[in-house]
Design a protein. Structure first.
Length: 219
């Protein structure tokens, strides 16, 4: 498991060990996705991811704009990194996670590259809907220098994110929260600040993206 991936994979055998699934003949992707959502914070995996990125942040100047990114796989199946776009800034010392099993957090830091440019980027992961058809999830953050950070998420059929231009999605960014759904696939993106990480400068927001299935989503 990569150093920036946290949590034990939640698979069929994980559910079979639970009383409510022992007599169930067929365990579905929705079942696995639901339990991944229920165990999002199990074994302190979310806190371990948080501590990891806080450590990355300490390697850079406090005055640099950065986005502390946490992404979670609750799709019921594996997610594979497809690609990314950085319109402002660059990935920090730790790369985008290449694989995320169901029930795992990925953590990384995206950091300002040039003066007054901020951290604006998107990352894309390839997965499946509950029927096994291929889809791609995009998670994006817009963290400029002026403290007006926003987020956006979108889901498309597989390989339909080949050309992503900031101008095409610029007006889609929402303040603090965004969600998307397509063919039963679902995602959310949120952002906010933490006084523990960035109380003085307020230029290092937390970004959280969750990729899951609509029928598993906990209202």
């Amino acid at each position: 498991m990569a150093s920036n991936v946290f949590g034990k994979p939640i698979r069929n055998q994980t559910l079979k060990a639970m009383p409510e699934y022992q007599d169930k003949e067929v365990i579905t992707a929705v079942d696995r996705a639901y339990e991944a959502l229920m165990m999002k914070d199990a074994d302190n995996k979310d806190q371990k991811a948080r501590k990891f990125v806080e450590g990355l942040k300490q390697k850079y100047d406090d005055a640099l704009v950065s986005t502390l990114c946490f992404i979670y796989n609750a799709t019921g199946n594996r997610l594979t990194f497809v690609g990314s776009c950085s319109w402002a800034g660059h990935i920090g010392y730790s790369p985008y996670p290449l694989l995320l099993e169901n029930g795992q957090w990925g953590a990384f830091l995206h950091i300002q590259k040039s003066r007054n440019a901020g951290s604006i980027a998107a990352t894309i992961y390839h997965g499946q809907d509950e029927n096994g058809d291929a889809f791609d999830w995009m998670l994006s953050w817009y963290n400029p220098w002026n403290d007006r950070n926003r987020v956006y998420t979108e889901i498309r059929e597989a390989d339909k994110f080949e050309d992503i231009h900031l101008s095409n999605i610029h007006d889609q960014f929402d303040i603090h929260y965004s969600s998307a759904t397509l063919n039963g696939c679902y995602s959310t993106a949120t952002t906010g600040y933490s006084g523990v990480i960035d109380n003085e400068h307020r230029i290092s927001p937390i970004f959280e993206g969750i990729m899951t299935l609509k029928n598993a989503w906990i209202q």
